[in-house]
Design a protein around this ligand. Structure first.
Ligand SMILES: [Zn+2]
Length: 300
């Protein structure tokens, strides 16, 4: 099976260099405000896609169990260090284009600062739709090509690509910005309704970040975020989308982790737990289980 290329943070110190020493306290706080307003207060089973080192994971504490998913096992090891090993967190290394979960399992999913790296966004979104129950909630953050800076640069002739057209723009290899209308169309085609949109990082400007305390700037951002329901010109946009259909009673989440999974190669639902791997009896694929991480990227 050929898949779009994956942006791999294996071995990266992204958490430290980008978030902790990168002067991004304002962005982190502004995201926390958006998430708090958009997230269901509680739930059974959350799928966090592109969790990285688990920066956002503690914000999902109202969920009984959380699948912490990333393509990079070194990022997941950092997340494990931060969150600990317990029944609450299930660490999974997998490719978003072939998710290893049974259909219609999760009541919520989030993907924050991840779509940014997707060469085939609709394909990834379809996988997520498939993992969500009827009435399930999906919180998606995307980088917005229709942002004020890009518009000004385009009008001043300093940028060749138009921020107004719907196709994604790849401004650096495997880094994409999206048009809000394209995102709405893709989600709509998959049977999601968008319930709420919040624009985030209105004040991502060096001189503001240097002169105003991050907590104040983020609080101010929080006041502006609801305007996202009217227009979107910020570099970052959050949407809460819901799988159309009558909400059904929450299904029982299987207590045995192995019953969450399907084989990403053949779709077989009857994986068997062996000492250090999972075996798919339908296609004989083996998937590694190492240091508390289920690895569905490449079969053994
Ligand atoms: Zn299989």
């Amino acid at each position: 099976m050929t898949n779009p290329p994956v942006c791999n943070y294996e071995g990266s110190d992204y958490q430290q260099s980008f978030w902790e020493q990168g002067g991004r306290e304002y962005e982190d706080r502004a995201e926390a405000i958006a998430l708090k307003r958009l997230l269901p207060k509680s739930g059974k089973l959350m799928l966090e896609l592109g969790a990285g080192a688990g920066r956002n994971t503690p914000r999902y504490a109202g969920f009984e169990r959380i699948v912490v998913l990333d393509y990079s096992t070194t990022q997941l090891a950092q997340a494990q260090e931060r969150l600990g090993r317990s029944d609450k967190y299930i660490y999974v290394a997998a490719d978003v284009y072939r998710l290893p979960f049974r259909d219609r399992l999760f009541d919520s999913a989030t993907m924050i600062r991840v779509l940014h790296h997707m060469a085939d966004a609709p394909k990834a979104l379809a996988q997520i739709r498939n993992a969500l129950q009827s009435g399930g909630v999906f919180i998606l953050e995307f980088a917005n090509k229709l942002n004020i800076k890009a518009i000004l640069r385009y009008w001043l002739g300093r940028q060749t690509w138009s921020p107004f057209t719907r196709e994604p723009v790849e401004f650096v290899a495997l880094n994409f910005d999206f048009h809000p209308a394209a995102i709405r169309q893709w989600l709509g085609n998959l049977g999601f309704s968008i319930e709420n949109t919040r624009t985030v990082s209105h004040f991502r400007l060096g001189f503001l970040k240097r002169t105003i305390p991050a907590a104040w700037l983020a609080a101010l951002d929080g006041l502006f975020q609801p305007t996202g329901n009217l227009f979107q010109f910020t570099p970052s946009v959050f949407v809460r989308a819901r799988v159309n259909s009558q909400p059904q009673p929450l299904m029982q989440v299987p207590s045995n982790v192995i019953h969450l999974f399907k084989c990403p190669d053949c779709g077989g639902n009857d994986l068997q737990e062996k000492i250090d791997h999972l075996l798919c009896p339908s296609c004989n694929s083996c998937w590694a289980v190492r240091d508390g991480i289920y690895d569905f990227r490449e079969k053994l």
